[in-house]
Design a protein around this ligand. Structure first.
Ligand SMILES: Nc1ncnc2c1ncn2[C@@H]1O[C@H](COP(=O)(O)OP(=O)(O)OP(=O)(O)O)[C@@H](O)[C@H]1O
Ligand SMILES: [Mg+2]
Length: 843
């Protein structure tokens, strides 16, 4: 890793064990700035705004209108410019407000570090760290900056993010100054603590870190969701149509030897009209609105794009502790081989939990919280930290008389390493088949009653034994059971039912054993069709797992890797899969899922990998999040269906009209005004309501549906346009200006008001639109109808239409909407594709 050696950077950073004082922190904050990466900072607002103009269509349009200004048509230039600026501003302001809202929410779940300052220890958002801060690291933490170790115990970090090495790297305080190199006593930003603990001093922050200097290359964006890909494909579809229409119009006009500049501007205005330029804004605003609504339920959406996957999610995998059970685990018994309460068992369990320095689990908290014990006579010599493969933890401790390796862990795993047991009066007896059978029966009985159990074992060590290793965890003496109660959560049953009712299947992926899990499921009324254990999983082929995974409701005694494997198999079988978990052992599964969910109190690595963070560890809010996700997909789809049917039909007929009319069917500025009013009316779509029926099942983005909708309803709109042409010319004897005016009014009214039909699959009157959408849509239609008769009219080249025209307009609009309604009903009954599972996001 490049950059100045950390030792040099450290010079002059006088740090005491008390941490920095407030005054010093302020000075350093001013000098070094926030501990944040450049790539995560936003561009200045003005650049963001100007960036919106860097759209080829807009540029050509501005250029062309500049040309026409040069040839005398200044009004057109002014109108085009104002319209472009207005439209971009509408988009920009709405989008910005949405982004700000989401950012503010994200801040509330920002990662925090345990920092020593002013003699105390506090949790601070990591961006407030300065060089010289003293930070405490524990298993599951993300390293917040480049730091040098002051103290470390069995510290292993995952540096794959920086070095690509997938195996854990051991870190230790360097002994002596020489020859340390940079890596062994240094931990880097972006890496994570796998096990052990440390006290470190911050040396480099933000862009000065090794991670920061690698720049944007590493902090690559997550792969797009299927919804994002779908939207992109929709963009391509529109682009093809646009190119086709523009070329068509230009060729026709050139063939008829019409004024080329005006023809070009007309073609460009059509292109602008066709482009769903509001789409990004609609998507952003819809998502952020969803995120804000969820925040009220104390669910923070970290990555808004995941909302769509949430709407499509049909399987939710979850861990057990804290989600399905109360997080408050209690130690209730400490039993010896005979099944009697034993002080010795408690003392060993207590020693183990007390001296264990790695990952503290709720089980440790339960042991330490049970009763205080004086262990001042004991010193800790070494430890073999807990990991989720071994499922046990050992500490090597000594007092005046003896030196002991104390082991506690999952009964299966501890018993496998035990050869003897402590009998009633402290006698060490061989763990023969009969004794094992007794223990198995005890363990089974406790599990049957829903108790979680850890086995406690020990091994006497000689004084020459100064460190503990994995190989010491053998020939153990089984001592007894620590028995815990982890009662099911009262609210979980209702939460599970709510999810089931809206088409989300729940699977449990737990590191705990089968009996306890069955017991919890029984209490919660969760049926188990099929159950697979980690050992069975190990023997299963990928294809075998994929075929079976759909019916398996519970996976137990699974390792973190197996959790991830189950998730990937589930995804590969065509499901959109969420994962809810809070531990280090859940991080890779969260990462592999379509919707990763964690809790605020969870491990850093789990929070970091998650798309959603729950402020309360509560399953019931997931149901609401799912509904919110579905709502966003529905509202974005509405906008797209609007744009691709009615708006598309209008632009299409305009291009067609250019064929046989001796003049332009609408002036370029009128086309742009039409488009602006249409856009303004659509700005209400993100706020629209979605009927309950549409929220009852997972929703999938479906380009086939959109394409068919376009092909069926686009022509319906065109038929009406041509009827209007006919009426204007033959009923009202329209000249150029009246024709353009009449068609402006009619096309705007139809394409804006059709939202009331398209927004629902039900009858329009059976589903009420949001007030804002109704006001904007009706407002746009009315403005369009009235504007030509106002003093502003002539400015746009309009004339006041005769009274009879408005009668015609009323009839035309009503019959158009009726026809669309009839076609819509037929479409959803016969033509719409049945729900496909084609859009599963793959990472
Ligand atoms: N601190 C500990 N000391 C000893 N053994 C432990 C400790 N924590 C966990 N274990 C063992 O490891 C097993 C798996 O851990 P844990 O239950 O936390 O996994 P999990 O997958 O997160 O489960 P859950 O779904 O209940 O959250 C436990 O059932 C227990 O046997
Ligand atoms: Mg867990």
């Amino acid at each position: 890793m490049s950059g100045p050696p950390i030792a040099t950077v450290l010079d002059g950073l006088a740090t005491t064990a008390a941490g920095l004082g407030a005054g010093e922190v302020a000075i350093r904050q001013r000098r070094h700035g926030p501990n944040r990466l450049q790539v995560h900072r936003r561009k200045p607002l003005i650049l963001q705004f100007l960036g919106r103009f860097a759209n080829p269509l807009v540029l050509i349009l501005l250029f062309a209108s500049g040309m026409s200004a040069a040839t005398g048509n200044v009004a057109s230039f002014v109108i085009v410019t104002v319209m472009v600026v207005l439209s971009i501003t509408l988009d920009f302001v709405q989008g910005l407000r949405a982004d700000n809202a989401v950012d503010a929410l994200r801040m509330t779940v920002a990662l925090r570090a345990q920092v020593l300052r002013d003699g105390g220890e506090i949790a601070l958002p990591v961006d407030q760290l300065v060089p010289g801060d003293v930070v405490r690291l524990a298993a599951g933490d993300l390293v917040p900056a480049d730091c040098r170790l002051i103290e470390a115990r069995d510290l292993y970090v995952d540096q794959a993010m920086l070095t690509g090495e997938s195996y854990p790297a051991e870190k230790a305080v360097a002994v002596g100054a020489a020859g340390t190199g940079e890596a062994v006593d240094t931990v880097f930003m972006g890496t994570s603590v796998i096990s052990g603990s440390a006290l470190v001093v911050v040396c480099r922050i933000g862009d000065d870190t090794a991670f920061g200097r690698l720049g944007a290359s590493l902090t690559s964006l997550p792969p797009p969701t299927a919804f994002e890909i779908g939207i992109r494909h929709f963009g391509y579809l529109i682009l093809q149509l646009t190119v086709f229409l523009v070329l068509f119009v230009v060729v026709v006009n050139v063939a008829f030897a019409r004024p080329w500049l005006e023809s070009l501007m007309f073609a460009l205005a059509l292109a602008v009209g066709l482009t769903p330029e509001l789409l990004p804004m609609i998507v952003t605003v819809t998502l952020s609105r969803g995120a804000v609504r969820l925040a009220a339920r104390r669910v923070i959406v970290k990555r808004v794009a995941a909302m769509h996957n949430l709407g499509a999610m049909d399987v939710l995998c979850t861990d057990k502790t804290g989600t399905l059970t109360e997080a408050r685990i209690a130690l209730v018994r400490h039993l010896d081989f005979t099944g009697a309460e034993s002080e010795r068992v408690f003392r060993l369990a207590f020693l183990n939990s007390r001296f264990e320095s790695g990952l503290k689990s709720p089980l440790d908290d339960a042991i330490l919280g049970y009763r205080d014990l004086d262990v001042s006579g004991w010193t800790k010599i070494d430890e073999v930290p807990f990991d989720f493969e071994r499922r046990r933890v050992s500490v090597l401790v000594a007092d005046a008389e003896e030196r002991l390796l104390v082991v506690k862990g999952a009964p299966e795993d501890v018993l496998r390493q035990s050869t003897t047991y402590e009998g009633a009066d402290g006698a060490i007896l061989p763990l023969d088949a009969a004794a094992r059978a007794t223990l198995d029966a005890q363990f089974a009985a406790l599990g049957e009653d829903g108790f979680r159990v850890l086995a406690i074992a020990s091994r006497a060590m000689g004084p020459e034994h100064v460190s503990a290793a994995l190989s010491d965890e053998s020939a153990l003496v089984f001592t007894g059971w620590a028995v815990f109660l982890d009662p099911p959560k009262a609210s979980a049953t209702a939460a599970l039912k709510a999810l089931h009712d809206v088409g989300v299947a729940v699977k449990i992926l737990t590191g705990d054993n089968e009996r306890v899990t069955r017991h919890v499921c029984g209490e919660l009324g969760l049926p188990i069709r099929d159950l697979v254990t980690g050992d069975e999983l190990q023997a299963m082929s990928e294809a075998g797992l994929r075929a079976r995974v759909g019916k398996v409701d519970v996976f137990c005694r699974v390792t973190p890797q197996q959790k991830e494997r189950v998730l990937l198999a589930c995804k590969a079988s065509g499901r959109v899969v969420g994962y809810l978990g809070d531990g280090i052992n859940d991080a890779s599964a969260i990462h592999a899922s379509d919707v990763g969910i964690s809790v605020d109190s969870g491990a850093d690595v789990a929070k970091e990998a998650a798309d959603l963070v729950l402020l309360d560890h509560d399953l019931s809010v997931i149901h609401e999040a799912v509904i919110e996700g579905r709502r966003t997909v529905h509202n974005v789809t509405k906008y797209i269906l609007m744009g691709s049917s009615s708006n598309f039909g209008n632009m299409f007929s305009m291009a067609g009209a250019a064929l046989f009319l001796p003049f332009l069917p609408m002036l370029p500025t009128q086309v742009l005004l039409n488009n602006l009013l249409y856009d303004a009316s659509e700005a209400g779509v993100p706020f629209d309501d979605v009927e309950d029926e549409a929220l009852r099942a997972p929703v999938h983005w479906d380009l086939t549906l959109i394409r068919r909708f376009m092909l069926v309803l686009g022509p319906v709109s065109s038929v009406f346009d041509f009827l209007t042409f006919y009426a204007l010319i033959h009923l009202f004897g329209a000249d150029e200006a009246l024709f353009q005016t009449g068609w402006f009014i009619e096309s705007l009214a139809t394409q804006v008001l059709v939202v009331f039909v398209i927004r629902t699959r039900k009858r329009p009157w059976a589903s009420r639109p949001a007030a804002i959408l109704a006001v904007l849509s009706i407002g746009a239609a009315v403005i369009g109808a009235v504007l030509p008769s106002t003093p502003l009219g002539p400015f746009f080249g309009f004339v006041a239409p005769p009274a009879g025209f408005y009668l015609f307009l009323g009839v035309a609009v009503v019959s158009y909407l009726t026809l669309v309604e009839v076609v819509k009903q037929a479409f959803y009954r016969w033509l719409a594709p049945k729900v496909t599972r084609s859009w599963v996001r793959r990472r």
